[in-house]
Design a protein around this ligand. Structure first.
Ligand SMILES: Cc1ncc(COP(=O)(O)O)c(C=O)c1O
Length: 368
């Protein structure tokens, strides 16, 4: 059996993260985030995202999203997002159930929405019959493996702020997007007007734990955004507790995030970048191999811009490939005899894994 290509969540924890957890296991520490590791994480997050940025470690990505969205919302808010957004499709309605929010989903292209989608919903502002479009939630890299450029993000946040909205970024795979674009984390968040970030770690070599990052009010592009950031920074600690996302032993979460973001002296590439480069390179190798199966009944179906390759192939071929490895079908792009699938790479995927996968794929897919 080959390693799974189902999700980067299947990958083991990176040894440097485990070592950081072991190093944090050093005697007693104040619980609930008043510990030296969380203080150091705060300092590191300010270095990476700007002097006013605040980090709040949480237990998982769904929690980071729900806490962020709640912190940006009122009881009558709606959240504009894409129709394939994780918050919309894969969180069992947690933003609705836990947050009491209404999600306003827009049809996306390869997982991306545009400023026009923001403008379309902002027409509902002031209409008491409609959920008020107060928040824009974007995902970077998207659920379909594509990446917003900094210019695209800036255009989206400008449109949102112009309409009085707060911008949340689901950065479960922010590292993969940044590695693909060759930019830092700040260039995809603070510098393009993002207000609230769900900062991922688990999919990129972490064990468990992510963070809500509230970007600094002084970096906000509009006075309204600065006010929203201040309000969010005040709300997140309470929301994190009431949504069961406050870990008592927070030092172990913070130690992981610190390991991912790199040490203070900043020598060498941080772990988030090294891991994301490996995962993205594996996806590019896989994509090239799929494209080389020219004339066979398998076709890449989305741009490969992070660590996922999407493809369509006959259902029978997908089933026969499943004898060798595990992966998920995707709801889009399906017909009765063809299926769209996602093949995802991680920091742990090797060239040999990809080559073995391509061999199995080649044997499974008939000539067209
Ligand atoms: C884009 C995106 N956001 C959020 C999450 C949620 O993460 P978790 O499973 O840790 O709640 C995932 C998990 O797959 C994801 O892919």
């Amino acid at each position: 059996m080959l390693p799974p290509f189902a999700s980067d969540n299947y990958a083991p924890t990176h040894p440097e993260v485990l070592a950081a957890i072991a190093a944090a296991n050093d005697g007693y520490a104040v619980a609930y985030g008043d510990d030296p590791w969380t203080a150091r994480l705060g300092a590191r997050v300010r270095e990476v995202f700007g002097p006013g940025a605040l980090a709040f470690p949480v237990l998982n990505g769904t929690g980071a999203n729900v806490v962020s969205l709640m912190a940006a919302s009122t009881r009558w808010s709606g959240v504009v997002t894409s129709d394939v957004a994780h918050v919309h499709t894969d969180e069992n309605g947690a933003p609705e159930r836990v947050g009491g929010l209404k999600l306003l989903a827009r049809t996306s292209v390869d997982g991306k929405i545009t400023p026009d989608d923001v403008v379309a919903w902002s027409a509902d502002a002031g209409d008491v019959h409609r959920a008020q479009p107060h928040v824009l939630s974007l995902t970077q890299a998207t659920e379909l493996g594509t990446v917003y450029t900094p210019a695209e993000l800036r255009a989206l946040t400008d449109a949102a702020h112009g309409a009085g909205m707060v911008v949340h970024l689901d950065g479960s795979r922010l590292a993969n997007a940044a590695a693909h674009l060759g930019v830092g984390l700040r260039e995809l968040t603070t510098d393009v007007g993002v207000d609230l970030l769900s900062l991922g770690a688990a999919k990129n070599g972490g064990l468990l734990g992510e963070a809500v990052v509230v970007l600094g009010p002084d970096d906000a592009p509009t006075p309204g955004a600065a006010t929203a950031r201040r309000a969010a920074a005040e709300a997140v600690p309470y929301l994190r507790k009431s949504t069961m996302q406050l870990a008592s032993k927070a030092r172990y979460l913070s130690a992981q995030l610190l390991a991912m973001l790199g040490d203070e002296d900043g020598d060498g590439d941080p772990l988030w970048l090294r891991n994301a480069r490996v995962a993205n390179a594996a996806a590019q190798r896989l994509r090239a191999g799929v494209d080389a199966l020219d004339g066979r009944e398998v076709r890449a179906s989305r741009p490969t811009e992070s660590n996922a390759v999407f493809a369509t192939l006959p259902r029978t071929a997908a089933e026969s490939l499943r004898r060798h490895t595990r992966f998920y079908d995707w709801a889009d792009g399906e017909t009765s005899d063809r299926v769209e699938v996602r093949w995802m790479c991680s920091w742990a995927t090797t060239d040999a894994d990809v080559d073995g996968f391509l061999e199995a794929l080649s044997a499974a897919v008939p000539t067209g």
